[in-house]
Design a protein around this ligand. Structure first.
Ligand SMILES: *Cc1c(COP(=O)(O)O)cnc(C)c1O
Length: 409
């Protein structure tokens, strides 16, 4: 017997659950790409993307996943031989840095490990020591989706400012945009990259690079930029097709149109952030209860440094894999695999760590259902764990909601 009938539940950190309304908006024949509604919708979507990023800068849209936006950000700002400083807190800044190296950029990495965030004081000290300003850019991620660390992007921005260093500040918000509070202009970020399939709730396939005037000046100083990824015609198109360097991603624009209205107009961005914080607190309460006995524990000990979009959870070697397989086969729940943190250990990738994604189109029945099912899996498999996870999780949701009710009267 399997209990896996009924609706499939996805609890991974991207692609995230897609709203039916977004899918319905995408489910139509190709529209007129020369004139009419699609052109207006595109301009509306571009404006709303900047609202989500909290920037007056520009945004370019690429028909690519997040890796494409990574490459676009690099080739518009840096040339072979340039030096960059990368702050690593897991897997994703490393991945971006590896791409930079393949483009001939010299990478200096400060590795803060896989369980705590980048330390702004260390960043400031390193930048102050660079008296010749040889470092052209500083690259990091807001949420590292493998470790589930959240870096303090505002504090790192202040560190760069107080070191009076001109390096471009480039931030990967692929897993955090429209989940975590983020203020591109307010925090001094020059370049930001994001994708559509995580907080923005649209199927994978488009990604975005946001740039301010400083970043655009860096582009102007380059001798050569790869033509497809060049952001300049995309920022200053003379013809509609130049926005995309070819055919528009028509259906992604239709999907983004609905998703951005849901986030910005119907719910409100601050409320979206608050919902993510509340649902994350339910996940953390459950994980902490499980951890009262046995090996389960959140990868990031301090709640203040945890992402509110994804949580990475350690288990005894092998248990994470068994648990994921049970949830998939017996309960139609997909949990996230562990990603790249076990490097150098004897444990097979993904077998001692799993992740719960809690980003995007998510509410209490979805996340409490995923937690309850995971709890059932622990019991079915005889994995030692503390009791009371569900009580703790529902209390977290109830408390956050009652606080909110009191605040709003
Ligand atoms: C998902 C993710 C990426 C990669 O995005 P793809 O769309 O898979 O290429 C990069 N950085 C972070 C932080 C991510 O979460």
């Amino acid at each position: 017997m399997s209990l896996a009938a009924g609706r499939h539940t996805l609890a991974i950190p991207g692609p995230s659950v897609m709203p039916e309304r977004v899918l319905r908006a995408m489910h139509q024949g190709a529209p007129n790409i020369y004139e009419g509604a699609l052109i207006d919708t595109t301009h509306k979507v571009f404006g709303q993307l900047k609202d989500v990023a909290r920037t007056e800068g520009s945004v370019a849209m690429y028909i690519a996943n997040g890796h494409g936006a990574w490459e676009a950000a690099l080739v518009n700002t840096l040339a072979p031989g340039d030096n960059v400083l990368v702050l690593s807190t897991g897997r994703f800044a490393k991945g971006w840095a590896e791409m930079a190296e393949r483009l001939g950029i010299h990478v200096e990495m400060i590795d803060f490990g896989t369980a705590s965030p980048a330390n702004p004081a260390v960043v400031e000290e390193r930048l102050r020591a660079d008296s010749t300003h040889s470092i052209k850019a500083l690259m990091t991620v807001q949420t590292d989706t493998a470790s589930s660390i959240r870096n303090d992007i505002a504090a790192i921005g202040r560190a760069i400012a107080s070191a009076k260093h001109p390096a471009l500040y480039m931030v990967d918000c692929i897993a955090s945009l429209a989940c975590e509070p983020f203020e591109m202009d307010g925090w001094g970020v020059d370049v930001m990259v994001a994708g559509c399939q995580k907080g923005l709730m649209v199927p994978p396939g488009t990604s975005f690079v946001f740039a301010n005037e400083r970043a655009k000046a860096a582009r102007e100083a380059l001798h050569q930029v790869s033509p497809y990824f060049d952001w300049k015609p995309r920022f200053e198109p003379k013809m509609y097709y130049q926005l995309f360097c070819g055919t528009a991603p028509t259906h992604h624009i239709l999907g983004l149109d609905v998703a951005l209205d849901m986030l910005l107009v119907e719910e409100g961005l601050e409320a979206v952030w608050q919902r993510h914080a509340t649902l994350a607190s339910a996940v953390w309460a459950a994980v902490e209860a499980w951890g009262q006995r046995g090996a389960l524990r959140a990868n990031v000990a301090d709640r203040a440094h945890r992402s509110i979009a994804v949580t990475s959870i350690h288990t005894h070697p092998g248990d994470a894999g068994r648990l994921r397989h049970w949830c998939e086969a017996e309960a139609n729940l997909t949990l996230g695999i562990g990603l790249g943190l076990e490097e150098g250990s004897s444990v097979p990738k993904g077998e001692s760590l799993f992740r719960i994604g809690h980003m995007g189109h998510l509410n209490p029945p979805m996340i409490l259902g995923a937690l309850a099912t995971t709890d059932a899996g622990l019991k079915a498999l005889g994995i030692t764990h503390g009791q009371g996870a569900l009580e703790a999780a529902t209390r977290a949701v109830g408390q956050a909601s009652s606080l909110e009710i009191r605040e709003t009267g």
